[in-house]
Each structure stands twice: as structure tokens, then as C-alpha cells.
Design a protein around this ligand. Structure first.
Ligand code: ATP
Length: 364
């Protein structure tokens, strides 16, 4: 059992707090992704778990054992970091085999694991080469192969696919996920790639300024963000946010955008009542708006500024008030820049932000 438990972890550099009282439990064999903007503390947190940077306070346990102040080699973990740290004077084969030999795995098993990992990462033809004659992407795959071949119960990875080209990355994503599940590893995976996080993680921990803002399954993080930051960070494009005014329309709560009024979901209407007269931020995803190319009473008229054909969808850029909004449409809907379109906002897809706390309001 290799459950990882981080409790109240703090890591400072001078008077800067890089990890701010983080608590996180990763279940045995779970795959958790740390996702967040550059500088939010992902690598610092991972390094503390790896034993590469001592925390100021807090406790880290792996499989119930307190490892907070143990050196990395006593933590029984495998690490794949962005800086590949592979040995330039050793052939690829020996680089991948290195850790296995050090831990006393016999030659036959070492050979089997080296070849399996090399095959997975499509570097079987490089086993006889020296890393200093290879590209960054190839070296990164050697580092990844070495980490995987260890088959440790805990694998910590920091942007392990960042130097691969888009196609290889797409392929590796799925294969790596399958392999980690086969070897039953507990994995923490740092990335700032949205798609990697959403497609690979059992759960995603979204970080900002050293704090975990939300840790949940990808569908929940995507569809039900905890707060404005998570919504505006997750997804490509991220959730749209724009202002609306909470008003009364024939005695019922309504939201008003420009001259257009619409009724919030009945469950939300009760919660929005107390915001009457306030301007509120509402959030909705690009694919959740319905776009019509003719007027409708229950739709907001907007002008299309840009149309980006993306193959499976077209992405429209529009403005609602001062806010730029992205709308996803079916490619069959004939729309060009400067056209008017009409948008419907399905009420169950709208997220409302409390201005003070910046949290999304959900019915309890
Ligand atoms: P990225 O995605 O860019 O790698 P990150 O989320 O992994 O970013 P960290 O590398 O953990 O971020 O850094 C968090 C913050 O701590 C940053 O502001 C960084 O400048 C600071 N930091 C990290 N290491 C040190 C250090 N050794 N000394 C001083 N400050 C540091």
C-alpha cells in the first residue's frame, strides 16, 4: 500500500511562501495531477514529497511511514523530473538499467524491463546510443523509461512529456496512463498542460499561489469549479465570465445582460434573490451556449468578431459588454465575422460567482 499523505505542508524561500499549508491525500494506486500556472508551487511541493527540498513544517507520509525528513533514496520512490539527469557517458541501455542494477534486480529481469520501457517510449533503436548525441525529446524519453523501469510503488513526475512533439505527446499520454495503471503505481504528475491533466488524472489538484484551490475528478473540476480562478484556468478555452445584473422581472429573480433578461435555474433563483440590484459575474463554457443564426426571444443578440475553424468545431469570439467570450459552434452553422448571432444560456450550465469570496455558488 503506497498512500501518500501530505499534511499542512509549508515551504518558504526567504520571506516568500511557495507552498502554503497544503494538505493532500493520494490513495494507493491513484494518479493525481498537480496543475497550475507557472510559479504556483507545483514543483516545490513535488520536490518536498521526493525529499529534494526540506519543508519548513508539515508532515509527509508514504504508505503510513513518516518520510518528511528522510533522504530521497530511503523513500522507495521513482522520480522523473524535467531536467532529465541522465548520464551522458552511459549508453541509453545502461541509463535505463542503472537504478535497477543499484537496487539489485537480476540481469535477466533488468533486461526485460529495460526493453519493455524502451519499447513503450519508442526508443528501442536508441539503446546503443549515447544521450549527448540525441534530441531533447529523445533524452526526455530515456529519463521517463528509466523512471518507469524501476516499477516503484510511488512515481513522481514533473512535466515528463514537455519536450515531445504534439503527436508523440498524444500517444504517450494514453500509453503512460495504461502502463502506470498496470504497474499499480501511486503517481503524482506535475504539468501545466490542461489536456494532459484532464485526460490522465484520476483527480486534479489545481494550485494557485502555493494553495490547492480544488482537488477533484477531472469532470468535476471542469464542470463545477470551486471558484473563479479554477474556472478561468481549467479548459481550453477556459470558462467564459461576464457581468449580469440581478433584477426582478414580474416578481421573479432574473439576470439581465444589456437589455436581455433571462430566468436563472429555479434552484439558483432562490439563492440569487439576496443579490438583487447587484452586478454578478456569471460563468459558462464555450460549448454550453446554444448559437442561433436567427433571432429568438430567449436569446441574446451578439456580433461575431472572429471565427476560428478548428475542424470538429468553430470557435467564435464575441463581446458581451466589456468581456471577451468564446463560443463553440458546430462547423455546419454558417457564421462569418461581423454577422449577428443569438445566444441561449441553458440555465443549468451557468455558474454564479459570489463577488466577495470569488467562490462559485452551488446549492448545498
Ligand atoms: P513552473 O510551472 O514554472 O515550473 P511551479 O508551479 O512548479 O512553476 P515552483 O518551481 O514550485 O513553481 O516555484 C514556486 C515559487 O517558488 C516560484 O515563485 C519560484 O520562483 C519560487 N522558488 C522555487 N525554488 C526556489 C528557490 N530555490 N529559491 C527561491 N525561490 C524559489
Amino acid at each position: 500500500m503506497a498512500e501518500i499523505k501530505v499534511q499542512n505542508l509549508v515551504k518558504t524561500f526567504g520571506d516568500f511562501t511557495a507552498v502554503d499549508n497544503v494538505s493532500l491525500t493520494i490513495a494507493d494506486q491513484e494518479f493525481v495531477v498537480l496543475l497550475g500556472p507557472s510559479g504556483c508551487g507545483k514543483t516545490t511541493l513535488l520536490r518536498a514529497i521526493a525529499g529534494l527540498g526540506m519543508p519548513d513544517s508539515g508532515v509527509i507520509t508514504i504508505g503510513g511511514r513518516d518520510v518528511t525528513y528522510l533522504p530521497p533514496r530511503e523513500r522507495q520512490i521513482s522520480m522523473v523530473f524535467q531536467s532529465y539527469a541522465i548520464f551522458p557517458h552511459m549508453k541509453v541501455y545502461d541509463n535505463i538499467a542503472f537504478g535497477l542494477k543499484m537496487t539489485g534486480v537480476d540481469a535477466k529481469e533488468t533486461d526485460r524491463r529495460v526493453r519493455e520501457a524502451a519499447e513503450l517510449l519508442h526508443i528501442e533503436n536508441l539503446l546503443d546510443r549515447f544521450p549527448n548525441k540525441m534530441s531533447g525529446g529523445q533524452r526526455q524519453r530515456v529519463a521517463l523509461a528509466r523512471g518507469i523501469a524501476m516499477q516503484a510503488e510511488v512515481i513522481l513526475m514533473d512535466e515528463p512529456l514537455s519536450n515531445l512533439d504534439a503527436l508523440l505527446r498524444l500517444e504517450m499520454r494514453a500509453e503512460l496512463k495504461r502502463l502506470l495503471s498496470n504497474i499499480k503505481a501511486t503517481t503524482i504528475y506535475v504539468t501545466h498542460d490542461q489536456i494532459e491533466a484532464l485526460s490522465m488524472g484520476d483527480r486534479i489538484a489545481v494550485m494557485q499561489s502555493g494553495v490547492i484551490q480544488q482537488c477533484d475528478v477531472p469532470t468535476k473540476v471542469y464542470d463545477m469549479p470551486e471558484n473563479f480562478f479554477v474556472g478561468s484556468f481549467i479548459g481550453n478555452p477556459p470558462m467564459n465570465f461576464f457581468s449580469s445584473q440581478i433584477v426582478k422581472d414580474n416578481g421573479s429573480v432574473a439576470a439581465q445582460v444589456g437589455d436581455f433578461k433571462f430566468a436563472p435555474h429555479p434552484v439558483m433563483a432562490k439563492l440569487l434573490d439576496k443579490y438583487e440590484g447587484d452586478t454578478m459575474t456569471m460563468g459558462i463554457r464555450a460549448e454550453n451556449m446554444e448559437t442561433l443564426n436567427q433571432p429568438a426571444d430567449d436569446a441574446l443578440r451578439v456580433k461575431v468578431l472572429v471565427v476560428e475553424p478548428l475542424g470538429a468545431q468553430n470557435l467564435l469570439t464575441i463581446k458581451i459588454g466589456d468581456d471577451t467570450v468564446k463560443v463553440s459552434t458546430h462547423p455546419d452553422l454558417a457564421v462569418r465575422a461581423d454577422d449577428d448571432v443569438w445566444l441561449r444560456f441553458p440555465s443549468d450550465k451557468i455558474r454564479w460567482i459570489d463577488r466577495e469570496s470569488q467562490k462559485v455558488i452551488y446549492p448545498s
